[in-house]
Design a protein around this ligand. Structure first.
Ligand code: KIV
Length: 255
């Protein structure tokens, strides 16, 4: 797709129903992101997400999708301690979860794990820039790669992951100009989130793009729907009808 100039559309999914709807929308890739720790579980960060939870959600997304490629995140501390951990846990996501590829965060520091996974037959997507599992190192969800030295570091990280054999790379919250440079420099596709328009693809969290996460509106996000309003409105009508005794009506009743 990169060589043909076709942009890649990736969307997160965490369950079978959303996976089915997003798959039917024409998205190229479904990402079972560890962002589920925040948008599904209600945590402040992605750090509490476990391997068992990632396997569970990956299985649900795989069951719901027919066409799109399913990529699952390796969660915090599933690959950082050792290459053996990375292999075992990526193996679980592929064999038990049923996904077609895994994603892990980090550039130079993760290159050894990426190379070992690729050698073992696991397709890998890298993730550099703002890597949410390192939020405590960054001191918050801040733009990464601003200034020459920081930009050089992100470019080096992206190159390290590509050289290790990753087939794609997520660029998160970096200046658009830096994302353009990285996209030009690498043969593998870049998939941006908060990384401007020059990446080979884009990814958004499904709850964010659909407007379910109404309180979250960073500069990079566009709401394509108002599902938060829809859920409240539809549920309010249901509650009103139950209170009024007008639901269920005769047509909803077995005789
Ligand atoms: O966990 C996630 O959803 C992600 C995307 C935001 C890239 O890593």
């Amino acid at each position: 797709m990169k060589s043909e100039g076709e942009r890649i559309a990736m969307v997160t999914a965490y369950d079978a129903t959303f996976a089915r709807l997003i798959d039917q929308s024409g998205a190229d890739m479904l990402l079972v992101g560890d962002s589920l720790g925040m948008v599904v579980q209600g945590h402040a960060t992605t750090l509490p997400v476990t391997m068992d939870q990632m396997v569970y959600h990956t299985q649900a997304v795989v069951r719901g999708s027919e066409r799109a490629m399913v990529v699952a995140d390796l969660p915090f501390m599933a690959y950082q301690p050792s290459v053996a951990d990375a292999l075992r846990n990526a193996g679980r996501l592929m064999a038990e979860g049923g996904c077609q590829a895994v994603k892990l965060e980090g550039g130079e520091r993760s290159a050894e794990a990426v190379a070992a996974l690729v050698a073992a037959g696991v397709p890998v997507i890298g993730h550099v820039g703002l890597t949410p599992q390192s939020v405590n190192v960054f001191g918050g969800y801040k733009v990464q790669g601003r200034g020459d030295e920081a930009a050089e570091r992100v470019l080096r990280d992206a190159r390290a992951v590509a050289d290790a054999g990753a087939f794609g790379i997520v660029l998160e919250i970096v200046p658009g100009e830096l994302a353009a440079t990285i996209t030009e420099a690498l043969e593998i596709p870049t998939i941006g989130i908060g990384a401007g328009p020059h990446c080979d693809g884009q990814v958004l969290v499904c709850y964010d793009l659909l407007g379910l996460n109404e309180g979250f509106s960073p500069k990079f996000l566009k709401h394509y729907g108002t599902l938060g309003e829809d859920v409240r409105g539809a549920t309010r009508r249901y509650v009103d009808e139950v209170k009024a005794g007008t639901f269920p009506a005769d047509e909803h009743t077995f005789h």
